[in-house]
Design a protein around this ligand. Structure first.
Ligand code: PMP
Length: 440
């Protein structure tokens, strides 16, 4: 009997007892290749020596000192390093404990910013259908998955949703990628006009959509056009890089590949790499300055914000990325993973699309390659792939509801940045076995 409710259920799930690089080991000694880093979390793999040493060292000094009274060297250093590496203009960091907290802080900060600069009527958020931004009430209201939202409605933030940038399903025949990117970005303009620009405070989007859609990247030019539209209407652009940030795409911040600078960026997952729960909200100086000139402080906070142990872990993660040139490695290993997936599934009658950036890849399954019709959700293809893969010793992240929250199946792959060539082969071959068994 377990007293936990939620996900970890003794008797139904194996007990994880050890980690070794790209592998997790359960109590029976079975090894699992971590093909998704849990959910794009374990970017350095398991049991990383530098992070372990950093945590021991910090624990021997001080673990917790409330940020209402003290700051700490690890937190200060982390903020310096994140802002130095961030897109232009980002020079303040708000440290929290995870992705939802970072998104929640972004929404409240946007609201407070507009209050401070005398535009209190700006309260609406625009996001995209099929997006996931977290499970706390504000983050849930921001996300565009109807199925997740429905049972908690009415939600606290007034949000509306436009189309995602989803080339595989959105681009029309004969339409160039550039034209598609502009067309789908321009939906934001139409939506702002419909709502009235003076009532809108922010647009929120993931540069590469993770969990809900399986590593769907914005096409080239899309985010540039989004940036222009936000600027034209005085709306803040918030990029949610909780999943795709921290080097996952081969850039420390995914939006750096798109050549734009948002007003705020949320990160989490890979920041603590699973060693500590930590997230961060990075903001442009102009936002902080408006608050500093007004009420003087952000009316928001959490007990564990800026936790020294969490910041120590994140500093060690950044050092591993920098000193081992892991961003370049993500790009080369990511290309190899894409090539291996294409070799295995490129001609598969039930694989419609293989996509992503860096070590953030998605494979979308279809009943029919020509019509792109999805499988009947009742078939639970994604659940079967997950189980078959897990039985074979592979952790991957299959999801249903790819298209509209109900129809469509994909698997998300986000292995540790240290994945070796042989482990890429192992991942793809185990995934292939799991898919064939699920389709049989
Ligand atoms: N935003 C995105 C893009 C995410 O993928 C997630 C988590 N899957 C969150 C926010 C929420 O993060 P957390 O689960 O750490 O609260």
């Amino acid at each position: 009997m377990t007293h936990i409710f939620g996900r970890s259920t003794r008797g139904q799930l194996p007990t994880a007892v050890a980690g070794d690089g790209c592998y997790l080991i359960d109590a029976s000694g079975k090894r699992y290749l971590d093909g998704s880093g849990g959910a794009a979390v374990s970017c350095l793999g398991h049991s990383n020596a530098r992070v372990r040493a950093a945590l021991h060292e910090q624990l021997d000094q001080v673990a917790f000192a409330h940020t209402g009274f003290f700051t700490s060297d690890p937190a200060e250093r982390l903020a310096d390093r994140l802002t130095a590496a961030a897109p232009e203009g980002i020079d303040r960091v708000y440290l929290v404990s995870g992705g939802s907290e970072a998104v929640e802080a972004a929404i409240k900060l946007a609201r407070q910013y507009f209050m401070e600069i005398g535009q209190p009527q700006r309260h609406r958020v625009i996001a995209r259908r099929q997006s996931y931004h977290g499970n706390t009430l504000g983050a849930l209201a921001t996300g565009g998955n109807e199925w997740r939202r429905a049972q908690f409605a009415p939600l606290l933030v007034e949000t509306s949703h436009i189309s995602p940038c989803y080339e595989y399903r959105g681009r029309e025949e004969g339409e160039t990628i550039d034209a598609y990117g502009l067309r789908v970005a321009n939906e934001l303009e139409t939506e702002i006009e419909r709502l009235g620009a003076e009532s809108v405070m922010a647009f929120v989007a993931e540069p590469v959509v993770g969990a809900t859609s399986g590593a769907v990247p914005a096409v080239k030019g899309y985010l540039k056009r989004i940036r222009e539209i936000c600027d034209k209407h005085g709306i803040l652009l918030i990029l949610d890089e909780v999943m795709c940030g921290m080097g996952r795409t081969g850039y420390l911040f995914a939006c750096q590949e798109d050549g734009i600078s948002p007003d705020m960026i949320t990160i989490a997952k890979g920041l603590g790499a699973g060693y500590q729960p930590i997230g961060a909200l990075l903001v442009q100086g102009k936002i902080y300055d408006a608050i500093a000139a007004g009420s003087g402080f952000f009316q928001h906070g959490h007990t564990y914000m800026g936790h020294a142990m969490a910041a120590a872990a994140a500093n060690a993660v950044l050092s591993e990325i920098e000193e081992n040139d892991l961003l370049a490695r993500v790009r080369t290993q990511g290309e190899k993973l894409q090539a291996a997936l294409e070799a295995e599934f490129g001609q598969h009658p039930h694989v419609g699309d293989i996509r992503g950036r860096g070590l953030f890849r998605g494979v979308e399954f279809v009943a029919d390659r020509d019509t792109k019709d999805p499988f009947d959700p009742a078939r639970k293809l994604n659940a079967k792939i997950k189980k078959n893969a897990f039985d074979a010793g592979l952790v991957c992240y299959p999801m249903g509801g790819t298209i509209d929250g109900v129809r469509g199946d994909h698997v998300l792959l986000a292995p540790p940045f240290v994945i070796e060539d042989a482990q890429i082969d192992e991942l793809v071959s185990k995934l292939s076995g799991a898919v064939e068994k699920a389709l049989a």
